[in-house]
Design a protein around this ligand. Sequence first.
Ligand code: ADP
Ligand code: MG
Length: 746
Amino acid sequence: MSPEDPIAKHFRLAHAQAAALRKLGLATIRELLYHFPARYEAQGSESSTRELVAGTKVTLYGTLSKLKAKKLWKSRRAITEGWFEDATGRVKCMWFNQPYIASYVSDGSFVRLAGTVGGSEKSPYIANPEFEVVPPGSGPAGGGGTCRRPAGLFEKIPTHGSGLRQNVGAKNSVIPVYPESRGITSLWFYHAIRRVCGSGAHKNIEDPIPENIRKKYHLPDLATALLYIHTPEKKGHAEAARKRFAFEEIFIMQTVRAQERALNDSQTPFRISDGGAHAEKFLESISFPPTRAQSRAIADILKDFSGAHPMARLLEGDVGSGKTLVAAAVSYAVISNRRTFPRESATVPHSSASLQVAYMAPTEILATQHFQSFIEYFRHLPINIALITGSGCWKFPSKVARGKPTAISRTQLLKWVENGEIAMVVGTHALIQKSVKFQNLALAIVDEQHRFGVNQRKALIRRTDAVVPHFLSMTATPIPRTLALTLYGDLDISVLDELPPGRAKVTTKIIKKEQRSEAYESVRRELAVGRQAFVVCPRIEEPDPEKMNALQARSAKAEAKHLQKDVFPEFKVGLLHGTMAQKEKDNCMQDFVSGKIQILVATSVVEVGINVPNATVMMVEGAERFGLAQLHQLRGRIMRSSHPPHCFLLPETFGQVSSKRLKALEKNDDGFKLAEADLETRGAGDLLGRRQWGISDIGMEALKNPRLIQAAREEAFALVREDPALEKHQELAARAAMVSRALHSE
Ligand code: ADP
Ligand code: MG
């Protein structure tokens, strides 16, 4: 068996199994080996139906029959009931909200069933047990009695090679359980992987982690780790293996970042001279002084401008921390320069145009707002600014309307950008179309960068020109340091950890069901004195038939209707959601900005930087469905003025965990601290709602371990410095290339 063989070459797969493997993205033996258990079960917990004690966990072997799906009369909840039977008796089993369970097994199948006993001694039952079909006769002999593993489970496993032998057999006290997947059982993986290891295939994969690094951090080598993770003899094995694979994953990711960084650092930047003096001049021209954090970030960027390679920097700053001012100051420094050519070159174009800046925002609303901000910031300076979006192009200043932007044709805009007459171009994705050509693009800024794919970000700086623009990425998404290093490890980071003075502090309150009308009255009071309100509803990603009853999330549409008709008939309620046409969205936003609408009901589209200073109230429905960081961002929408803002969180359920999480928001207004708390309680996968970043569960766990991240990072950067092409590390090179490809196809 070779690691590169297709699984199907060695295993006869039923149709459903083949489909399940495909869905899991597992095609080769190597991929099968990298499919890790989700958890482990201690062996020895097998018992029989004779000795069921309520509240204890049991693993039983026997038959499952008479499975029937029905609806509970009162709640209309789907329930499947059936009977489990072994040699000593039988017990009722039930599954909630899993109407399809009955179709999983044929009547009378022999199963291994695990769950927690409920009910009483006289009439016990097991609710929502997990089970899988196993060969008849598996389990403690006769379905009751001793706790020995049946020989049948291990008998036929070939035991070539050292390591495996000791890991196979009755000594095995920890049983791996693989991630659930329809069509294929955990047990199939269990046996398949044992056969693979038995053939020695696991030893034919080269270890991507160099030996010296493994030694330094006491990590098992790949072959050992594969055995440890799939067939641990004790808990310690699994733990050592998981630590190794966590390190491996982060190490490979950091290798990719190190390579990206090395590529960046090999390029020639635009020269920006006298940046400090220009930025100073700009800052003197505005009506307020920059915060210390803003000054620091501006200084970081100006320093990069005079470096030997193009800037690659991330500016992280909580909502309202004033990132736009930083962007404006450094843009001004860039625009105040003309292009200079370091060496004599025959191809030097004759041009006196200034250097240019491109500023990309994820939505039309945001691009337009930024266009307006830059007009404000640059009003008194001789700078041409343009806006390009899917629905139109604008330019400032205008020859026809003094002090206002005018609509221009796209052709006209493209011409002026190409001949350098327009120095600052703000836009949406429209900016990265091929037709947009710059004369001297020296600085590319991406706002809310997580909204863009890697390719879109790169498209902004990837020019045919030999000189590469400086790159500034901006985000209001507070992310813990470990995650920032993993995702953006190729960028330097500046943080705005301070808000401009004079902002009123936000009051955040969790509203219980019976307090709802009270909350509405508070909102009414604010509206009555001229303020405006957001009502945010959880976006429903897919119809969720299992939750069609009481738990159905409030949808923005229904809520808007209800609020207008039953709660706030005296005010105007508007609706904004992601699937509306752009034009409708813009009109709606415009009406909210101008105050025609007092209450804006929206899905989380409002999350990203919309600026309506008069909106000081927010209600978040289904608040527990959002990540803390996301809620904090939403709350940022109402922190734009000096009026005291109020944020009401209205969860649908009041579980312990979600209450604790939401309480953190009541207490805390530092986005970064909240992000760390989120990482602790929910794991990184949930930080920003449902987003993943191509990091596995094991990698996500690793994010809670700053020392591991730091070590993997240092080793990867050192290795790439020493061996940039990874010539001495072929396997690592191949794995890094794979990660890089995946990133670029996102
Ligand atoms: P964000 O970081 O969320 O993009 P903005 O750049 O939109 O923040 O700034 C938020 C608000 O704060 C704007 O109205 C801006 O004019 C104001 N602002 C920015 N910097 C300062 C400052 N140093 N002092 C006072 N107000 C500021
Ligand atoms: Mg912003």
